[in-house]
Design a protein around this ligand. Sequence first.
Ligand code: T3D
Length: 282
Amino acid sequence: MADESPVLVERCAGYRVITLNRPKQLNAFNEAMHQALRRALSEAEEDSDCRALMLTGAGRAFCSGQDLRERISADGKTTVLGSALETYYNPLVRKLRALPFPVVAAVNGVAAGAGANIALACDLVLAARSATFVQAFAKIGLVPDSGGTWFLPRLVGPARARGLALTGEPLSAEKAEAWGLIWKIHEDLELMAEAHRLCVHFTEAPTVALALIKRLLDESWANDLDAQLDLERETQREPHSRLRRGHACVLCKAPADVQRPQRLMTAADRNQTGRQARRRSL
Ligand code: T3D
C-alpha cells in the first residue's frame, strides 16, 4: 500500500529528501501537508548532521499549489484565505530561504501556483525536461503569491515576469533554464540521480560558507554596491574559525571543514552585536 503521509522524509548520509506526497492531487497543499512540511523542515534544521536538503514531489507533479478543493464552498464558490499566506505559505518561503544549508528543488513535473514559487524559493532548482512552471494565479482571479512577484522579476526580468504572471501560460523547463528562472534541466530519468549528486556535493562542502553566501546574495537586493562591499568585508571577518581552516584545506588539498551553523546571523543580530561593541568601547 502506498504511504499516505502527505510528506515523506528520507534520511541520507548528510542530507534529507523531503517528498510532497499527494500524487492524486498533483501534490496540492492542504493543511495536513503544510503542517507535515513545516515539521520536516524544522527537524532537518535541528539535525546538525543535515547539510543539504532536496525537495521534490511524488508521482507526475512537483506541486500544483493550494488544494482548490479545500477552497470551494458548499455553493460552489471559490474562497481565498489570506490567512493561509500568513499562517503557512509566507513562513514556508521564509524558512526555505533561511535554512543554514543549500536547498535543492528537484522539479519532477508540473509546478503550478504556489508550487511554482516554492520551487523558486529553493537555492538551486533542477527540473526534469518534461516539467513545466505555471503562474496559475491570474486564471483563478488571484495574484502570484509565495514570493512570485519578488522572485520572477529578479530571475527573468520585468518583461518576462509580466508575461508569465499575467497570462499564466505554462513555461517549459527548457525555456525556464534558458531564461535563468532555474539552474539546470536534466533528462526525466536522470533528474533524481543528479539531484542526489548535488546534495552529496554539498555535504562535502564548507557549509558555513555556503550559508553565508545564501545570506549575502539575499541581502544584496536591498543594498547598493558600497553597502554590499561592507557587508562582504564584515561577513569575511566573522569569527568563523572553520572558514579560516578552509584556506589551509585548499593548500593541503584536504576536504574543507563541513560543520554547519545552527542558525545564521541576521541583519538584526549584526546591529545588536554592533551596538554591544559600541557600548563596550564607551
Ligand atoms: O486560499 C489560499 O490559500 C491562497 C493561496 C493560493 C496559492 C495557490 O497556489 S493558488 C493556485 C492554485 N493552483 C492552481 O490553480 C493550479 C490548478 N491546477 C491546474 O491548473 C492543473 O491541474 C495543472 C496545470 C497543475 C496540471 O494540469 P493536468 O492537465 O496535467 O492535470 P489535471 O487533469 O488538471 O489534474 C489532475 C488531478 O489533479 C485532477 O484530479 P482528478 O480529476 O484526477 O480527480 C485535478 O483536479 C487535481 N488537481 C490539480 N491541481 C489541483 C488539483 N486538485 C486540487 N487542487 C489543485 N491545485
